[in-house]
Design a binder for this molecule. Structure first.
Ligand SMILES: [Cu+2]
Length: 153
């Protein structure tokens, strides 16, 4: 039932027929809040700088996102687990793709590290225009923390 409601909610998000439909080109999409300065996670255990490729993140096209994770003093956090995901909170759904977090640089024993604190996730896609929330979950030496960033597509 919840899934059905989410679908209905999304259906309702389709462009409503309006009399004077302005050409979309005349109304540039709102600037996504791309991170240019490090953003603190909610409990201030880490700081995150991120960017997408391509940038800004396109609609209905696969993109990658790289997050650089540091401690509050700016030192790279190289041995964390970082999960990057996105949801549309107003619609109650996530992405239609299944993003993959790059394991980083791994040794023969399977122990992985992320040189420079760089964490890459592939296979992201914003399949609908609207309000998205990008979420970074960090499980690192200082503990678990997260950051949510609102994005409008
Ligand atoms: Cu949606």
């Amino acid at each position: 039932m919840i899934a059905l409601l989410a679908l209905l909610a999304c259906g309702g998000d389709a462009p409503a027929p309006s009399g004077g439909a302005a050409p979309t080109a005349a109304e540039p999409a709102a600037e996504p809040a791309l991170s240019v300065a490090p953003l603190p996670t909610v409990n201030k255990l880490y700081r995150i700088t991120w960017h997408t490729t391509p940038a800004p993140p396109p609609l209905s096209t696969l993109f990658e996102i790289e997050a650089v994770v540091t401690d509050p003093a700016g030192a790279p956090v190289e041995d964390a687990q970082v999960r990057i995901n996105a949801r549309m909170p107003q619609h109650g759904h996530g992405m239609a793709t299944n993003p993959e977090d790059d394991p980083g640089t791994c040794d023969a024993a399977g122990a992985c590290t992320h040189p420079g604190g760089r964490y890459l996730t592939r296979g992201m896609k914003f399949h609908m225009p609207g309000e998205w929330t990008l979420r970074f979950d960090v499980e690192g030496p200082a503990g678990a923390d997260h950051l949510e960033v609102p994005l409008r597509l």
